[in-house]
Design a protein around this ligand. Structure first.
Ligand SMILES: [Zn+2]
Length: 148
C-alpha cells in the first residue's frame, strides 16, 4: 500500500518561520483534517522538498524545453555544494538564469528550510484552510503532493 504526504512549505525557499507558528499551523491542520500523522521538519538551509514518485518531468520556465533528470541532477549537485544557499542556475536549453525553485516540476516540488508533512490526509487542504495556514505562518505557502 502506498502513502500520500501533503508537504506544506513557504513559497519563498529562504524564509525562516518561527517554530511556534509552525506548531500553530500543525494544530490547526490536525483539527480540520483527519490524518495518520503530522510532522514538522526544519533545517539550517533550504532542502529539496520532493513529490516522491509523483515527479514525472521537469521543464524550463522560460522556453518550456524539457530538462532531463541527468542535467537536473548535475545542477542540483552544484547547488548542493553551496548548501542550496544560491539556487540560481544557467539552463543549457536557452541559457536562462533561473532559480532551481522556479523550474516547472510536474508535479510541483520546491525548496524550503521548513516543512509541515501531513501523512495520508483524508480530505484535501482547501482554499479556506490554505488561507488560514498562510495567516498563521505569515507567508504564502505551496503544497507539494508526494506519493511514496
Ligand atoms: Zn530554456
Amino acid at each position: 500500500m502506498s502513502d500520500v504526504i501533503e508537504k506544506i512549505i513557504p513559497v519563498n525557499p529562504f524564509i525562516r518561520i518561527p517554530i511556534d507558528d509552525l506548531q500553530a499551523a500543525r494544530d490547526l491542520i490536525s483539527d480540520k483534517v483527519a490524518n495518520d500523522s503530522i510532522t514538522i521538519d526544519t533545517s539550517e538551509s533550504p532542502v529539496f522538498i520532493d513529490c516522491g514518485g509523483n515527479l514525472e518531468s521537469i521543464s524550463c520556465p522560460k522556453c518550456g524545453a524539457p530538462i532531463s533528470f541527468e542535467v537536473w541532477g548535475e545542477l542540483m549537485d552544484k547547488a548542493y555544494e553551496l548548501s542550496f544557499s544560491d539556487l540560481d542556475v544557467v539552463l543549457p536549453c536557452c541559457n536562462s538564469k533561473v532559480s532551481l525553485n522556479d523550474l516547472k516540476y510536474n508535479y510541483e516540488c520546491g525548496f524550503s528550510s521548513c516543512v509541515i508533512s501531513v501523512l495520508n490526509p483524508q480530505i484535501t487542504i482547501d482554499e479556506d484552510l490554505r488561507e488560514s495556514i498562510e495567516s498563521l505562518l505569515h507567508t504564502k505557502i505551496k503544497i507539494v503532493h508526494a506519493h511514496i
